[in-house]
Design a protein around this ligand. Structure first.
Ligand SMILES: Cc1cc2nc3c(=O)[nH]c(=O)nc-3n(C[C@H](O)[C@H](O)[C@H](O)COP(=O)(O)O)c2cc1C
Length: 155
């Protein structure tokens, strides 16, 4: 079974947005292999529109170049990117998106694909009392799979 079909089996019914890409981080890659219905609801792009495209289509004038440069670098060096950046829906509306990207490793330990778990967040009002760890809350009430971890802000 293809990896994308396997991911589809668990991710189609999740409320959390899931995007699977190939491992080619060099431009024009990476290429989306699968995106779940929660991603379509959040971004406004149907799965058919994003499969074969780059997640860069979510970027716009307010997207931090620092963050997007960091993303492939951290995936290569640390094996993970966790951050909050400004994405744009198909209709042009911007939204803050918490993104957790990790490689899916094959038996030989090499990355076979990247998988991103994404959710829309909104900034909490006021100054965080605990050094920034509770800067965001989910836009749609779903509990975070990450708890209240400190998410680096790039937006
Ligand atoms: C699985 C995955 C999901 C991604 N999701 C987003 C995203 O939601 N928004 C975004 O701006 N970039 C996202 N990216 C990053 C871009 O695809 C790209 O890697 C980044 O812009 C760096 O490339 P560049 O410097 O050539 O633009 C994602 C990357 C991967 C691997």
């Amino acid at each position: 079974m293809e990896l994308a079909d396997l991911v589809r089996l668990f991710a189609d019914s999740l409320d959390l947005a899931v995007v699977l890409t190939d491992v080619d981080l060099a431009r024009p890659g990476p290429t989306v292999l699968y995106a779940n219905p929660a991603f379509a609801r959040m971004s406004g792009y149907a799965a058919e529109e994003v499969v074969g495209a780059s997640p860069r289509l979510l970027q716009g004038p307010g997207t931090s170049r620092e963050a997007t440069r960091h993303l492939p670098r951290l995936l290569r060096t640390e094996g993970r990117f966790l951050g909050c950046l400004r994405n744009y829906r198909k209709g042009g509306e911007e939204y803050l998106c918490e993104i957790d990207v990790r490689p899916i490793l094959g038996r030989d330990g090499t990355p076979q694909a990247f998988i991103a778990f994404e959710r829309e967040v909104v900034r909490r009002r006021g100054r965080p009392s605990d050094g920034g760890t509770r800067r965001y809350r989910p836009a749609i009430g779903a509990a975070s799979p990450l708890g209240d971890a400190a998410i680096p802000l790039f937006a």
